[in-house]
Design a protein around this ligand. Structure first.
Ligand code: UDP
Ligand code: MG
Length: 313
């Protein structure tokens, strides 16, 4: 392709051999029907199945509009998206899951809002088709995010989203790692919008996210965007210190003025609690600074691309 396309569609792929054929057969017609130039960038995130072979076959079938980034190992969904963001050529970028949980037929809805002047359009899943556990866990996390960060989002887990090129460039420049792309994009957006999108059950296979990875991802969401956990810890320690200091005063008053000698051990405990609380505040404060330092120094190579499969421009 000699000229840059209008639209870039970004799809992370990890062990999706059962879903890719149907994804291709549903996605490309939708994009062909848009009447705009486009490219689809797949990132093979270290799949152990036939995903890479299927992606190569799709490249062979539609070389003008297909690009494949092949990672040497599994770096996670958000890094796979990031690698594609660093290479997009379109002016509007859409992200999508490969398992058909986000129907490709919903893409035009997002593009309409971008066309209306929004620089970021987040999808939220109408009647979500995930396990009860996933749905409840994501409600809890939504609540935590709302109280600890200033990110407003109905459904942070939905990856069907559209972004203007300026937002993507800002994300790439930020060099963030361990990041949560929808939240990062939101923080750079000047005029965000949301739209309800259909959600379907995973077409085939099982979710690639283990419980541990989900917890990690959500830790990244909270610690990547705010120091609130550290600050709450310091505040809690402060409350403990104030409480135990009051206890020391009460016990000391009893001892000195009421000659209440039965509380010797408690006085000691009171003092001990107070000192422990002071130590906790200290740890919290150190944590604050470690957190700030971490925010500055966490720049490092995030993934390794084994091969780029694309037509020379
Ligand atoms: N994915 C990926 N790397 C991973 C895990 C997932 O690229 O380590 C991709 C996966 O192929 C899919 C998308 O990210 O396109 C969402 O993954 P999944 O469906 O497993 O997550 P869920 O829908 O359960 O949140
Ligand atoms: Mg899925």
């Amino acid at each position: 392709m000699s000229t840059a396309p209008d639209l870039s569609v970004v799809i992370p792929v990890y062990n999706e051999e059962l879903n890719l054929p149907l994804l291709f057969s549903r996605l490309y017609p939708v994009l062909d029907g848009l009447g705009r130039t486009y490219e689809v960038i797949f990132t093979n995130d270290g799949s152990a199945d036939k995903s890479l072979a299927l992606l190569k076959a799709q490249f062979a079938a539609r070389p003008e509009v297909t690009r494949v980034i092949d990672f040497n190992a599994n770096y996670g969904q958000h890094m796979a998206i990031m690698a594609a963001f660093e290479r997009v050529r379109g002016q509007v970028i859409v992200t999508l899951d490969a398992d058909l949980q986000n129907p490709p037929e919903e893409i035009p809805k997002l593009l309409m809002l971008i066309g209306a002047g929004h620089d970021y359009v987040g999808g939220f899943r109408m009647n979500r088709k995930d396990s009860l556990f996933r749905t409840v866990a994501s409600k809890v996390i939504n609540g935590v995010r709302r109280t600890t960060t200033s990110i407003e989002m109905t459904d942070q887990g939905c990856m069907l989203r559209a972004y203007s090129r300026a937002i993507i460039d800002a994300i790439v420049r930020s060099g963030a790692i361990n990041t949560f792309i929808p939240a990062l994009a939101y923080s750079f957006s000047g005029n965000p919008a949301e739209v309800g999108v259909r959600h379907e059950e995973r077409h085939a296979g099982v979710s690639n996210y283990s419980l541990y990875q989900l917890i990690r991802l959500n830790f990244d969401l909270i610690t990547g965007f705010s120091l609130a956990p550290l600050q709450y810890f310091t505040m809690f320690a402060g409350l403990c210190a104030a409480g135990s200091f009051a206890m020391v005063l009460v016990l000391a008053y009893g001892r000195l003025f009421l000659h209440d000698d039965t509380n010797g051990v408690f006085t000691l405990f009171g003092i001990l609690f107070f000192l422990i609380s002071v130590a906790m505040i200290g740890i919290g404060l150190i944590g604050e600074y470690v957190g700030r330092t971490y925010q500055v120094v966490r720049v490092r190579q995030r993934y390794h691309v084994r091969e780029m499969i694309e037509k020379a421009q």
